[in-house]
Design a binder for this molecule. Sequence first.
Ligand code: PYC
Length: 404
Amino acid sequence: FKRSHDEPRFFPEARPLKKQYDVVIIGGGGHGMACAYYLAKDHGITDVAVLEQGYIGGGNTGRNTTIVRSNYLTPEGVKFYDTSVKLFEDLADDFDLNIFYSTRGHFTLAHTDSALRTMRWRAEVNKHLGVASEVVDLQTLAEEVPYMDLTCAGHSPVLGALYHAPGAVARHDAVAWGYARGAYNRGVELHQKTRVLNIRTEKDEVCGVETDRGFISCRKVISMVAGSTPRITEMVGLSTPIEIYPLQACVTEPVKPFMDTIVVSGSLHVYVSQSSRGELVMGASVDPSVLHSTRSSFDFTEGLADKMLDLFPFVSRLNVMRQWAGMSDITPDFAPIMGTTPIKGFYLDAGWGTWGFKATPVSGKTMAWTLAQERNHELIEPFRLSRFADFDLVGEKGAASVGH
Ligand code: PYC
């Protein structure tokens, strides 16, 4: 096949798979691409193959609701995600690509006194670390989100909210594509439709990866596969406390811009923002049972519509255009699992639950550093796998956008 025009392709054609690389990255989503990019850009490591079983950004990267924020509950979480927000803010310039990064402000609604208490707690931790978050009252909410029914149709009235000014949305595909192009232009190889079948180890040390396109010899492998994590960790006999739950989302037909903030209700299990295309992008909590599947259900749309209509009655006239699901790899403390593992040369970037997109730049940057230095970057040391054995958890459940 020959293209009939001469303009450069966004990603030049795939090359044959070599028999050996310094580093193999499993997973061509945002995290994998970001890691490849920073390995090349920050550390000069370019003998890298990114292996993706589907297509670039076709997993959870293309399935999330694109929210970026750093209003976490633990100091470890806040520092980590704040670094990510700062990296996000410069990405379009770094890539020379519009990632539609749009700082909107992010409201997390409180419908109970206990939720309001958690908002105050988060606001204080955030402010202490220089992150803009504050608790706002009903009058401010009425002024800032005038189209929201603060009585919540009388079911669960809003009492106040945590306001996080840096909260943003971005075009998720563009983030993955920008990282991928930047990595590719620096010499990294991207291999789509390449499935990892096994990871070979000798005496608890990585020696290669078996794929459906042949064996690759390598000394360093990093798994950045989100919802497929257990399939990969099993290959090296590594046990993690991760459980997989589907997370569903949907968009309405596009309407004129009216919603210039992000609104989240952890109690109602709903979050919504308006995309640059005018669609309302909405999601709920994870599905109720463990399931390795990306099937989407009517139950989800029905439940979500019920809650959305309490807050925004006028959306009853909008049609849902698309719905889909991703697979969330959830940890017991709602913080990720990152860094070195007991298997020499095997690195893990997992446990992203429902908050992986916002970590894309910082996870790529810190995992690249960790691979290059062969020890955990200080920002990810709290997220090491051994914390579960050491009873040193990073309890982040109170900052997850919706209940689980
Ligand atoms: O953590 O901001 C979040 C989020 C939004 C949707 C799902 N998780």
